[in-house]
Design a protein around this ligand. Structure first.
Ligand code: HMG
Length: 405
């Protein structure tokens, strides 16, 4: 029997500040129901300058790395599209701060929101060949389109960390997957721009088209998936997106065949049933780009009361540009036990709401780039890592310790 490999531990870091989407809609002169119902977002995570992709990634990974893992992790793979450096990988900071052994390799992966899925596949293949070793995958992003732009209500920020090992506690991943590349301009960011360019409507259409093509391939080559997948997780730039993709696929099948294969109808009903569980956390956070699919997975694991160990889940990954992939995983016996629910609930409850003026001020703040020494004040919760100093264009991180620590 083949050794099972997959996600042994998974954790989410949520920044401590947010904006209420109803208030944002009012400030932009939009009917709040467009954001709350039409897009399906209630709160949007906001970061200030002391919270960057490295500090968020560290905060996601730190709680799931135990002392014995540090000598076993051979790779730290960091997926992001919000890098602050064109050369040095964000993974190198994590490698040092987490105390991973010196002979591990650390690097960054980019393909918009798809990056973390590529990292996960590399990690699983590495462990399949060396079952005693482990790989740390981190996805960390700050999604920004600019104030009062069409994309503004679909911003957000956060990080996901996943420890990949043999005999995983959460989700064993199958070797086979279905992937797709389609060279398009739906969302992209040339190096001279602060924010991405986005063809909003086209991006949602392309997402749907990629989903349909992948599902067609699944129907041709792996029809059993429609029998076996209990739930389908989506990349969720906003909480309505996955539902729109399912709807588009259903419309496509109806127009093509006149009537749907009962197998497909049953699968759709099952996937729609668990869909509300998938979006619970993301609705409170927004788009976290490459970690977003995995935030949906955590949300499903936390809220999905209809799920049981042994159930199979599909993971539909989409990154603009565009690359998509459908992975399949099987829930493991201890999957609920290893989720750090208390931490997640504490972070959701302890967040500070920003007024629209505060949000706009924070949004426009920039880190100094004069190469001088700048000490930064923490805005995170005690115990969290933050960017503490910039000196000679170098960034330094440490844990926020209060006097009682
Ligand atoms: P928009 O033009 O502001 O909104 O763009 P809209 O007019 O399409 O309305 C949105 C929905 O609200 C519609 O529902 C309206 O009917 C509804 P739908 O037809 O879609 O079902 N609506 C209302 N509902 C209730 N009450 C009301 C009301 N008014 C309207 N009063 C868009 C929205 C998402 C396109 C825009 O915000 C945007 O450009 N966002 C950024 C791009 C994006 O997220 N694209 C998603 C697919 S691409 C992707 O996922 C990759 C990405 O994550 C990047 C990466 O890979 O790195 C983005």
């Amino acid at each position: 029997m083949k050794t099972k490999v997959g996600i042994d531990r998974i954790h989410f870091y949520l920044p401590p500040k947010y904006v209420d989407m109803g208030l944002l809609a009012e400030a932009r002169g939009v009917d709040p129901n467009k954001y709350l119902i039409g897009i399906g977002q209630e709160k949007m995570a906001v970061t200030d300058a002391t919270i960057d992709i490295v500090s968020m990634g560290l905060n996601a990974a730190y709680p799931i790395i135990q002392e014995e893992d540090k000598d076993l992790i051979d790779q730290v793979i960091f997926a992001t599209e919000s890098a602050f450096d064109y050369s040095k990988a964000a993974a190198t900071y994590l490698h040092e701060s987490l105390g991973i052994h010196a002979f591990a390799k650390s690097y960054e992966i980019k393909e918009a929101c798809y990056g973390a899925t590529a990292a996960l596949q590399i990690a699983c293949d590495y462990v399949r060949l060396r079952p005693e070793r482990k790989v740390l995958v981190v996805a960390s992003d700050i999604a920004r389109y600019g104030l009062a732009t069409g994309g503004e209500p679909t911003q957000g920020a956060g990080a996901i960390a996943m420890l990949i090992s043999k005999n995983p506690s959460v989700l064993a991943l199958e070797e086979d997957s279905i992937s797709l590349t389609d060279n398009q301009y739906d969302f992209w960011r040339p190096d001279y721009l602060d924010y991405p360019l986005v063809e909003g409507k086209f991006s949602t259409q392309l997402y749907n088209q990629c989903f349909i093509k992948i599902m067609e391939e699944a129907a041709n080559k792996h029809l059993d998936l429609f029998d076996t997948l209990k739930g389908l997780c989506f990349h969720l730039p906003f909480s309505k997106m996955g539902k729109k993709a399912l709807q588009a696929y259903q419309d496509y099948l109806n127009s093509k065949e006149g009537s749907l294969d009962p197998k497909v109808v049953l699968a759709f009903n099952r996937w729609l049933e668990v869909y509300p569980d998938l979006i619970q956390i993301g609705k409170q956070v927004g788009n976290i780009y490459t970690g977003s699919l995995y935030l949906g997975l955590i949300s499903l694991l936390v809220n999905g009361t209809a799920l049981n160990a042994g159930d199979k889940l599909g993971l539909f990954s989409y990154g603009s540009g565009a690359v998509a992939e459908l992975l399949v995983g099987q829930l493991q016996v201890d999957y609920r036990k290893v989720l750090k629910l208390e931490d997640l609930n504490k972070r959701l409850a302890q967040r500070q709401e920003l007024s629209i003026e505060e949000y706009e001020m924070i949004f426009s703040e920039k880190l100094p780039n004069d190469g001088k020494t700048h000490l930064l004040e923490p805005s995170v919760l005690p115990g969290d890592f933050y960017l503490t100093k910039i000196d000679g264009h170098r960034r330094y991180y440490q844990q926020y310790k209060t006097q009682t620590d």
